[in-house]
Design a protein around this ligand. Structure first.
Ligand SMILES: NC(=O)c1ccc[n+]([C@@H]2O[C@H](COP(=O)([O-])OP(=O)(O)OC[C@H]3O[C@@H](n4cnc5c(N)ncnc54)[C@H](OP(=O)(O)O)[C@@H]3O)[C@@H](O)[C@H]2O)c1
Length: 318
């Protein structure tokens, strides 16, 4: 079932599941190991066929490669059918490691490169990927540059990612923050205290990333299928002792999901969507079969009883 929500007070109607194109970037410092471009494109096409109306990518994903794959996949597909979101602010530092750059002239250059990669004249949602702790550019200067790009029609809506309330307040004073892209999943709930209420109050849409905690909550995660150069090999969530605890939680979720004919992954995505501040969950997929499962989270409203059961399962393994 296709379900859409409006992105904040003045954004587009987005499907509650968006397609996440991080893995489509292929191998790089924060890559997911080898990824076949034709599989990525088939996954994007399947998502669109099944009604998903937006794709999230970023310039940094494979140093433009994810954007190129998205651009190629969308050739010949009407821009009325699918919104494209990308991000700026992470540039190549020493070696393959990204660093911050939100200087106004750099943001403009980054957007021009993204438009070339995407083979498009406009980006629907342009987001600042991370605060800039490298060049020390005041956020007011960066956000004013984003607002200028919006005035010029090069981007339709502007948003931020990984920002806290104080940074969003400083942006909002200059131009409305159309969206926030924060991490949010059953295993990462920090944004519930201050950030989500701020977004709700200010009419800022929320598009959550890693709703299945980068696959661990999919219900079929195993470290065996994670490539040696996959970034997850270096993240504590996928190492002991956290790994066993997280997988024990998944096992407790499995019968709850099964009772409704759903997978644990669908339950994890539906849980994120149960928060009234959330517009959409960005779900990453590497192949069409994953997309087919993931879209099954759309339109599943979790009752208070299920939410309580999930909380009890969480408490039992925390
Ligand atoms: N703004 C930011 O800083 C930021 C950070 C992270 C992500 N994001 C965005 O959010 C998107 C989603 O986040 P995410 O990709 O980290 O995490 P996610 O959606 O929680 O998990 C996606 C991963 O789970 C696995 N998976 C997907 N569907 C599955 C299924 N049906 N069954 C089993 N495994 C499945 C795939 O990896 P395997 O098959 O390899 O396990 C896939 O790459 C990204 O693509 C990106 O667009 C943004």
């Amino acid at each position: 079932m296709i379900e859409k929500r409006k992105l904040g007070k003045q954004g587009p109607e987005l499907t509650t599941v968006g397609f996440g194109a991080w893995a489509a970037g292929g191998p790089w410092h924060f890559g997911w190991g080898p990824q076949d471009d034709s599989e990525s494109m088939a996954a994007i096409h399947r998502a669109i066929e099944l009604g998903v109306n937006w794709i999230d990518t970023a310039a940094v994903y494979g140093w433009g490669h994810s954007e190129e794959v998205v651009g190629k996949a969308l050739e010949g597909i009407s821009r009325d059918e699918v919104y494209v979101a990308t991000k700026c602010g992470r540039v190549k530092g020493d070696g393959d490691v990204p660093e911050g750059d939100l200087r106004p002239e750099s943001i403009r250059r980054q957007l021009e490169a993204s438009l070339r990669n995407l083979r498009m004249d406009t980006v629907d949602l342009y987001q600042i990927h991370w605060p800039d702790t490298t060049t020390g550019t005041p956020i007011e200067e960066s956000w004013a540059a984003m607002a200028r790009l919006q005035d010029e029609g090069k981007v339709r809506w502007i948003g931020v990612s990984n920002f806290d309330v104080s940074l969003m307040e400083r942006c909002e004073a200059i131009r409305h923050v159309d969206s926030l892209q924060p991490p949010y999943s059953l295993l990462r709930r920090e944004i519930e205290a201050e950030i989500l209420p701020w977004c709700l109050h200010n009419g800022t849409g929320v598009v959550c990333y890693s709703p299945m905690q980068a696959g661990i909550l999919s219900g079929s995660f195993s470290l065996d299928r994670v490539a040696p150069d996959d970034w997850r090999r270096r993240n504590p969530i996928y190492q002991e002792p956290a790994l066993s605890r997280n997988l024990a939680f998944v096992e407790r979720l499995r019968p709850i999901a099964a009772r409704y004919g759903k997978t644990v992954g669908q339950l994890a995505v539906a849980w994120v969507l149960a928060n009234p501040a959330v517009t959409s969950a960005i779900v990453g997929a590497r192949r069409p079969a994953q997309v087919e499962q993931n879209v099954g989270a759309m339109g599943w409203t979790l009752s208070d009883d299920i939410l309580k059961e999930i909380d009890e399962a969480y408490a039992a393994t925390a």
